[in-house]
Design a protein. Structure first.
Length: 506
């Protein structure tokens, strides 16, 4: 068993984790970052539309307008102080990204270009064509490499370990490459492990890694979770593949049409409203399409090149000349690990940022363009405050408490039921019963089904017994975490008896 030591351990290498790493390092802390995959495969790369900041480069805007748009979209479930802090820090966040080399698109007078996304009262989203998140992530990653921050890939988090004072002091990790267990000791741990939209399986825009591992592990360690029922559906995913078509397509003037070629909603309303309007049309038997043909080939190639490529690749249609068939799918999770204004959880030594954390800035429905903003603003706060935390603590020589190993228990599991089939089944049931519109009866029936599946876990052991690069084992561990997250979502949804934003119950 290998042991690693650092001042600050960051689990997750998307935009939030890497921003935290840079700021912890600049604050004087020794930092190690571990990630389940690779930084360049993080979900940050899929945030295409833009990052909000009230520069007013295209038309008049203000921090207050940004605050009010965010609060309105959140349906009363956001913390106003946290929202005000995020919106106030927005211009500094984008200026920092610009200063380190993010290649934002520009206006004719060389200012950062901005577009309107759903729920915004002004063109506020600073963008880099329709590759905004990808270009932000790659730039921050390059910055981390230039600062010699150690980033260890293909490490799957198993458990957070505590000392006798109930402080998180270590992480137990599976090295996917070698199959070995590794222990990472740290004065502070930052969770930046992303969201849980992939519980919807193929009915999600997210990568297969967005299984809520960090949230599930934090929950087992005693962390408080809040707002788990709030799952945001994106109105425009490709019909057959669930690949995201960015909100930038509607922000630049795209239309939503039904089979009768009719526009039926305000395309730039908040996402929950647009999704319900689409769902209503689909219940009538209508197919739904995104139309950007009127924008013209030159404009699409310059401003929306990725959307054209994705439509050609996954739907075999050219949006310059044809309608894009779309459907709403799970996209972003507002719920997560509860944190305070310093990004600290209820557990000593444990911080969280990014989509796995709940800073209460999104409430019941996230405003488009605020996800990239959140990871930069609160990634910075998490890194700085974790570094401060370790300097304010006396060095404890206490060791972590030994814990029961699930991997040992797993050796006794039989391989009689294919968990991949169960994973797909759960994803489809969640799309149907914990989707855009929900009912109490369907939620209760799904709760019972989840209990039965959990009881069957000992019959779903891994088939591959090899040690190195055992993806079958990794995916089973993800599945067990997904199950825990599914219970939290359904239980939270059953406790909220009235509709609110993304939780719409009839």
């Amino acid at each position: 068993m290998l042991n690693y030591k650092s001042d600050v351990l960051i689990i997750g290498a998307g935009g939030a984790g890497l921003t935290a790493a840079l700021n912890a390092k600049e604050s004087g802390a020794d930092v190690i970052v571990i990630t389940k995959e690779y930084p360049t495969r993080s979900q940050t790369c899929m945030a295409q539309g833009g990052i909000n900041a009230s520069f007013g480069n295209v038309s008049e805007d203000s921090v207050e307008a940004h605050v009010q748009n965010t609060l309105k979209s959140a349906h009363g479930e956001a913390d106003e102080d946290a929202v005000r802090f995020m919106c106030k820090e927005a211009t500094k966040a984008v200026e920092w990204l610009d200063s380190i080399g993010v290649c934002f698109s520009r206006t004719k007078n060389a200012k950062i270009a901005q577009r309107t996304l759903g729920g915004a009262s002004a063109p506020r989203a600073c963008y880099a064509q329709d590759y905004t998140g990808l270009k932000i992530l790659h730039t921050i990653y390059d910055r981390c490499l230039s600062q010699n921050i150690e980033i260890l890939n293909e490490r799957h988090l198993l458990e957070l370990l505590k000392d006798e004072n109930n402080k998180v002091c270590c992480a137990k990790v599976l090295n996917i490459r070698s199959g070995e267990i590794e222990i990472y000791e740290a004065g502070a741990v930052i969770m930046a492990t992303g969201g849980y939209s992939r519980v919807y399986d193929k009915n999600s825009t997210n990568s297969s890694s967005s299984t809520g591992d960090g949230i599930a592990v934090a929950l087992r360690a005693g962390a408080k979770l809040i707002d788990m029922e709030f799952v945001q559906f994106h109105p425009t995913a490709l019909k057959n593949s669930s690949i995201l078509i960015s909100e930038s397509a509607r922000g630049e003037g795209g239309y939503l049409l039904n089979s009768k070629n009719e526009r039926f909603t305000d395309e730039l309303a908040p996402r929950d409203e647009v999704c319900r309007a689409i769902n209503k049309e689909m219940q009538k038997g209508e197919d739904i399409f995104l139309d950007i043909r009127h924008l013209g080939e030159e404009f699409i190639n310059e401003g929306l090149p990725q959307e054209r490529k994705l439509a050609k690749l996954y739907e075999n249609i050219d949006p310059v000349h044809q309608l894009i068939p779309i459907k709403p799918v799970a996209h972003y999770t507002m719920g997560g690990i509860a944190v305070d204004n310093k990004s600290q959880t209820n557990i000593n030594g444990l911080f969280a940022c990014g989509e796995c954390a709940n800073h209460r800035v999104h409430g019941a429905n996230r405003l488009g363009g605020n996800s990239l903003l959140e990871i930069v603003v609160f990634g910075k706060e998490a890194g700085i405050n974790a570094a401060k935390y370790i300097t304010n603590k006396t060095d404890s020589k206490s060791k972590f408490k030994p814990t029961y190993s699930f991997l040992n228990e797993l050796k006794t599991y039989k391989n009689e039921i294919n968990f991949y089939d169960k994973r797909e089944y759960i994803g489809n049931m969640f799309y149907k019963k914990v989707g855009i519109v929900r009912t109490e009866n369907e939620l209760k029936s799904l709760q019972k089904e989840l209990l039965k599946i959990k009881e069957q876990l000992p019959l779903m052991g891994v088939k591959d017994t090899s040690k190195t690069y055992n993806t079958n084992l990794k995916e089973f561990l993800e599945f067990t975490n997904t199950l825990d997250i599914c219970f939290e979502i359904v239980n939270a949804a059953l406790k909220r008896h009235v509709s609110c934003g993304a939780h719409y119950i009839i």
